[in-house]
Design a protein around this ligand. Structure first.
Ligand SMILES: Nc1nc2c(ncn2[C@@H]2O[C@H](COP(=O)(O)OP(=O)(O)OP(=O)(O)O)[C@@H](O)[C@H]2O)c(=O)[nH]1
Ligand SMILES: [Mg+2]
Length: 449
């Protein structure tokens, strides 16, 4: 932590600006070795003020640029931080970075600036991870989830749980230390339900699927019999000519993906081969891929041709999907209908049947509304990162065991599990973490952040 680090903070490739960032005790010193302000009276550099000048090495001018020094502790890392804003493109930034390294800075490791911000107490670990989640976010919903975490939403939720846990631990300690004043029965009556409530609150916050939807968007598979109109629907929803459409059943073989954004949520639509028994080896492979897409989907669009009667195959597939989130669709609504809604409603009693026709774009609005609702599922979650979900789940399990121990008269065992729950929660905010865990978290970062 004591050495001064440097890295290019901007993405490689052409762009308006490239930034070299330096952090550590020697940041000002290194900056002054590679940057000369244009105004003679600009030195020593004022903190947090962008100064015009030139980057140089020896007698050579490397670029016309701006630089800023942010003195500790008012900086990203809480150390002295300097930034040199150069013209975009990799080669100038690389030359300036190399000059910084020659003047005593060391190349930063991935995420090392953020790691310092965490170690210096400016942000907790969940906020540090949010920085990377924000950088990686695709779509408005993922961005919103990352910002909630960055602003301390996850930390606030976990600290609230941890506070209640400390209070329970204190109550248990008091009942063990002063058995004359607090009887076992009193302690159990007070503490066991509180432990169970806390476990339930954490379990409710662990919504793996919702969290994945918040991070990556909703996965939707388009399934149904050959010729049902799946590929036509994919093309109509994405307004692109992605999949081949013909009147020949069995046209689609590979799975075909399209993306749309509904109210900020990324929706990945996967068109699949029509499901049927077949001797054609190519079509069999297509059906296997269709089944895989079906298994991985959050939501299944079960598409049935309204102009054709329902077959036994339709019914058996519908039965198979009964435990899944299905939107039943009657396609080709512009053709004379022989397929009735009632049969579909019987097959999917809890679902709303949607009628579509590719001839009528308005008919897709209802379907989009249903997809939008599902995409919103991850919007209010306090926990969205897999690491946090895992730790919260472990905390909830320890709490359940602690409550059981209390209720069976083994309070000593309860305190062991309460402590384990407390440690699991502390892992999320980084209040108690091992170096190895930090290495793992920050290895996912990009260099320069
Ligand atoms: N009139 C009408 N025809 C449609 C509609 N949707 C699809 N079709 C026609 O139905 C036929 C099959 O459409 P596809 O989209 O290829 O059906 P699919 O389910 O992808 O078929 P496979 O790939 O063979 O499984 C084509 O001739 C389409 O033009 C619709 O809403 N109205
Ligand atoms: Mg198709």
């Amino acid at each position: 932590m004591s050495d001064t680090i440097a890295a290019i903070a901007t993405a490689p490739g052409e762009g308006g600006i490239s930034i070299v960032r330096i952090s550590g005790d020697k940041a000002e010193n290194v900056l002054c070795k590679v940057f000369k302000p244009a105004a003679k009276d600009a030195l020593p550099l004022a903190s947090h003020l962008l100064t015009y000048g030139h980057a140089f090495e020896g007698d050579e001018t490397l670029d016309e640029c701006m630089a800023v020094l942010m003195r500790a502790p008012r900086s990203y890392t809480r150390e002295d931080v300097a930034e040199i804003h150069l013209h975009g493109g990799g080669s100038t930034a690389e030359r300036v970075l190399r000059a910084c390294l020659r003047h005593g800075a060391r190349l930063a490791e991935p995420g090392e600036f953020t790691r310092r911000a965490f170690l210096n107490g400016r942000i907790d670990l969940s906020q540090a991870e949010a920085v990377m989640a924000l950088i990686r976010s695709r779509g408005e919903q993922a961005r919103r989830a990352a910002v909630r975490q960055l602003e301390g939403g996850t930390a606030a939720f976990i600290r609230q749980a941890a506070d209640e846990l400390y209070s329970i631990q204190a109550g248990l300690a008091a009942s063990i230390d002063y058995p004359e004043e607090i009887t076992d029965d009193e302690a159990i009556a007070d503490l066991a339900p509180r432990i169970r409530r806390l476990a339930a609150m954490l379990r409710a916050a662990v919504d793996e699927q919702g969290a994945r939807i918040a991070r990556e968007g909703l996965r939707v598979a388009l399934c149904g019999r050959p010729n049902a109109g799946k590929s036509s629907l994919l093309n109509a929803l994405t307004r692109q000519d992605l999949a081949i459409v013909t009147a020949i059943p069995g046209t689609t073989r590979d799975t075909i993906r399209g993306e749309i954004t509904l109210n900020g949520c990324l929706i990945t639509l996967t068109d699949t081969a029509g499901l049927r028994e077949t001797d054609d080896p190519v079509e069999q492979l297509g059906v296997a891929r269709a089944r895989k897409a079906l298994d991985e989907a959050d939501t299944v669009l079960f598409i049935m041709d309204a102009s054709q009667p329902l077959t036994a195959e339709d019914e058996s597939l519908a039965k198979e999907l009964q435990k899944r989130d299905v939107i039943p669709i009657l396609s080709k609504g512009d053709l004379p209908s022989v397929n009735n809604r009632e049969t579909l409603c019987e097959l999917f009693p809890k679902a709303e049947v949607v009628q579509t026709s590719i001839a009528d774009p308005e008919s897709l609005e209802n379907l989009k509304r249903l997809l939008t609702d599902r995409g919103q599922r991850g919007d209010r979650l306090a926990l969205t990162q897999p690491r946090h979900l895992d730790a919260a789940r472990r905390a909830a399990e320890h709490l359940t065991r602690a409550a059981e121990a209390m209720e069976t008269g083994t309070a000593d065992l309860a305190s062991v599990d309460l402590l384990a729950a407390q440690q699991a929660l502390a892992e999320i905010t980084g209040d108690a973490v091992e170096e190895k865990l930090l290495d793992r978290v920050f290895s996912e970062f990009c260099v320069g952040k």
